[in-house]
Write a protein that binds this ligand. Structure first.
Ligand code: ADP
Ligand code: 5GP
Length: 196
């Protein structure tokens, strides 16, 4: 008969490391929608607010969706090493303020970045433990419909974003996990589970 014996030597489980998760995917796939849906139910989930040279869309507020800066201010953020990563995307620059992210990780809180493929690659280089999540559209036609239907960009900008989307979709295999955005509710739930 075998008896389970506690020898008192079982190792203390390692403290869970706070995780940095990157959410990427082509423009119009629904990243902002999914994140907003998740944070409505779970406002405690912290999302990094990026700096961008893009002009605000109607309804976007300074310090909420982005810190809206001009080219000179963005240059300074880069020169002073204040960005964890940054990239030019479809004619504008976007970057993640470094200190806020480090403070959250230091405090043991999970961190979520919603950034483009170039940024995701930079994070993978500088923080190899980061979890990279790719949000994919159900189909190419549906992506075009969503990006066009959002109605926030000119036809020329939509073309630039669709050109970038082809490159981003081809890079899906670089990510740790793919979530297909068919249902916002389902994807928001899956993303929340990945953050925890
Ligand atoms: P991204 O942040 O990836 O650029 P958005 O969140 O702005 O994309 O979404 C683009 C458009 O697609 C919006 O009009 C949004 O309402 C719509 N959308 C997002 N997710 C879905 C979904 N699962 N089904 C249908 N439409 C969606
Ligand atoms: P949008 O103009 O639609 O808000 O964003 C355009 C693209 O820029 C999206 O793919 C979005 O994820 C990405 N983006 C937003 N913030 C950042 C950032 O700080 N860094 C990088 N690299 N990309 C970002």
């Amino acid at each position: 008969m075998s008896t389970a014996v506690s020898r008192g030597t079982s190792p203390v489980p390692p403290a869970r490391q706070p995780r940095l998760t990157v959410l990427s995917g082509p423009s119009g796939v629904g990243k902002s929608t999914v994140v907003a849906h998740m944070r409505k139910a779970h406002p405690e989930v912290w999302l990094s607010v990026s700096a961008t040279t893009r002009k605000p869309r109607p309804g976007e507020r300074e310090g909420v969706q982005y810190f809206f800066v001009d080219d000179g201010e963005f240059d300074k953020l880069v020169a002073n090493g204040e960005l964890l990563e940054w990239a030019e995307f479809a004619g504008n620059r976007y970057g993640t303020p470094r200190q806020a992210v480090l403070d959250r990780l230091e405090a043991g809180e999970p961190v979520l970045l919603e950034i483009d493929l170039q940024g995701a690659r930079q994070v993978r280089e500088s923080m190899p433990d980061a979890q990279l999540v790719f949000l994919a559209p159900p189909s190419w036609d549906e992506l075009v419909r969503r990006l066009t239907g959002r109605g926030t960009e000119s036809p020329e900008v939509i073309e630039r974003r669709l050109a970038a989307a082809k490159i981003e979709l081809a890079a899906e295999a670089e990510f740790d996990v793919t979530l297909v955005n068919t249902s916002v509710e389902d994807v928001a739930r899956e993303l929340l589970a990945l953050l925890r």
